[in-house]
Design a protein around this ligand. Structure first.
Ligand code: 3PG
Ligand code: CO
Length: 564
């Protein structure tokens, strides 16, 4: 394809085995007692950094550097991996929704008109999504603007199906978001709209599965939201949260069981989803809403028995999968990614092997490929998924790191691939549990994986690049505006479940690395989008001019310290 021509790099040769190791949720934080990497003494990565300090630097992975609205927005898996796969800072979903609300285009969209027709004809409007202001999958202020506008535009009946967060925001805050919503609904009822919370559950246990890891999660959601059926029934969402947590001390916001809100007068659920109703899914992020969207729209859906499949107008805040156009109806145009690196590389004969475990599979493929499912090339792309265990991650923080490392190591030495791309999920998945001891074990498992892969690189005369996609396990405490740890009533530090704002480490090395290769020192403010041109160089190509600049310089400077 002439559109995807790449030119040979003048210094870096092609066909040197290369492994890119992405450490999910692994930032470069303060070296204090809340940094699980620091506390777990990860010798492999520490040693690499001590021997080759000039081959390491940090990169920005949050805010404007990955296309997010504000620099107080932590990085996340979608934005970070989009950036590394696509070589550009692309305006991300949260910002695009903000813009569409600000200029009113969201309410002129086809999706909106389609939805509106539904409630004007008498259908109930259902909102489904993650209830928080985390800004990773959704944001409350956006939801609020949308439901207020619906009421302004003649909507008379609304039901909410809420997934509780405690993962992109602090644990325990779900109650506050429910209280805020209840206050807003009271207001709506004064305006003549019958508005109620109908069902809910914790996001990690109900509805928001991803990458087909565990369809039971989606089924629980279908039963609660659509069928109005759950083992737990309460007269309010706040009561549900309080009672369910009291009944099980291990239960937190993320893992709250599914519940249905019932009417006091007759015990009937307030809002099952019925024929001719309208469903607006208010999450903008894709991964965790693809499966429930399939359950709503796929005629041939067979992942579980739906019992009842109401014919509804299903509209998402944004389209989730650009390849399958799922769902067809949406309110805001999603980001579009042109000239992604995977396409360039496969068109130029680079054989890629991408591997991680289920929980991150789409991060290293779907997000890398600009939120399109599938491969960039039938022959040159090989994707291997290691099945994640469906248990709580703090119980087995090593996850599948050892298996992933072993398979990737063999792939590197097989001679069958030019580019081995590996992601370790542990720093992020266990970091989100706020269990510090488990997260230390998670870090050590990743460090073991790095050790094995770097030894493979030594064996085959190859190269490695190590990079984080955003912070998480590097900072496990809630902090005040000055950065001081926040304490609970007993003076104990409050653990943090969400991502951090820290920069991420980035290192290169291996015997195959050309001795003239160094990090440039005049690109201090670089971020994850600069990673793309960098690995393209290491794979033996000049990067397209369209990309953010490479982090590397190739000038031989005889006065510079070049190590051994
Ligand atoms: C999740 O979906 O698990 C979190 O909200 C975000 O995590 P990720 O951006 O690291 O995937
Ligand atoms: Co995360």
């Amino acid at each position: 394809d002439p559109e995807y021509v790449l030119y040979d790099h003048p210094v870096c040769p092609r066909h040197v085995p290369f492994v890119l190791i992405v450490l999910s949720g692994w930032g470069e934080g303060r070296e204090d007692e809340y940094n699980a990497i620091n506390k777990s003494n990860c010798l492999a990565i520490k040693t690499l950094r001590n021997i080759y300090p000039y081959r390491w630097r940090t990169l920005k992975a949050h805010g404007e550097w990955v296309g997010l609205p504000k620099n107080t927005d932590t990085g996340n898996g979608e934005a970070g991996n989009n950036a590394m796969g696509c070589g550009k800072i692309i305006i991300q979903r949260a910002t695009l929704v903000d813009n569409a609300i600000a200029d009113g285009s969201i309410y002129k969209s086809e999706g909106w008109l389609h939805a509106k027709e539904g409630w004007v004809y008498g259908g109930t409007l259902h909102f489904l999504g993650l209830l928080s202001d985390g800004g990773v999958h959704s944001r409350y202020d956006q939801l609020q603007h949308i439901f207020k506008t619906a009421v302004d535009q003649q909507c008379k009946k609304i039901r909410f199906h809420i997934l509780l967060d405690g993962r992109d925001v602090h644990e325990g805050t779900s109650l506050q978001f429910v209280e805020q919503l209840e206050k807003d609904l009271e207001e709506l009822r004064k305006w003549g709209c019958d508005a109620r919370i109908a069902s809910g559950g914790g996001r990690m246990f109900v509805t928001m599965d991803h990458y087909n890891a565990d369809w039971r999660i989606v089924r629980r959601g279908w039963y609660a939201h659509v069928l109005g059926d759950a083992p737990h029934k309460f007269e309010s969402a706040a009561e549900a949260i309080t009672a369910l947590k009291k009944a099980d001390p291990h239960c937190n916001d993320q893992y709250l069981p599914p519940f249905v809100v019932i009417q006091k007068k007759n015990g009937q659920p307030w809002g099952p989803i019925l024929q001719e109703d309208v469903v607006i899914n208010f999450n903008f992020r894709a991964d965790r809403m693809i499966q429930i969207s399939q359950a709503f729209v796929d005629e041939k859906f067979d992942k579980f028995e739906r019992i009842r499949w109401p014919n509804v107008r299903y509209v998402a805040l944004m389209q989730y999968d650009l390849a399958t156009k799922l769902p067809l109806r949406y309110l805001v145009e999603p980001p579009r990614f042109e000239k992604i690196a995977g396409k360039y590389l496969s068109e130029n004969g680079v054989r890629t092997f991408a591997i991680t475990e289920t929980q991150k599979m789409g991060h290293i493929t779907f997000n890398w490929n600009g939120n399109k499912s599938g491969k960039t090339h039938e022959i040159n792309d090989t994707y291997q998924e290691v099945q994640s265990e469906n248990i709580r991650f703090e119980l087995e923080p090593e996850m599948r790191a050892a298996t992933i490392a072993n398979i990737a190591h063999d792939a590197l030495l097989s001679g069958l691939y030019d580019f081995v791309r590996v992601m370790f999920a542990n720093g992020d998945m266990v970091g989100h549990t706020r269990d510090f001891e488990a997260t230390k074990r998670a870090c050590l498992a990743v460090d073991e994986g790095i050790k094995l892969l770097v030894s493979g690189v030594e064996l085959c005369g190859g190269m490695y690049m190590i990079v984080g996609d955003h912070g998480n396990c590097d900072d496990m405490v809630q902090r005040d505006a000055e950065g001081n740890p926040q304490l609970d009533a007993c003076g104990k530090p409050l653990p943090k479940t969400c991502h951090s704002l820290d920069e991420v480490p980035c290192g290169i090395g291996g015997p195959g690395l050309h001795r003239n290769v160094r990090f440039r020192d005049n690109i201090r403010d670089a971020g994850l989008a600069n990673v793309t041109a960098t690995y393209m160089n290491l794979l033996g190509f000049e990067a397209p001019a369209y990309y953010e600049p490479s982090l590397l310089t190739f000038d031989y400077n005889p006065w510079a310290f070049t190590g051994v």
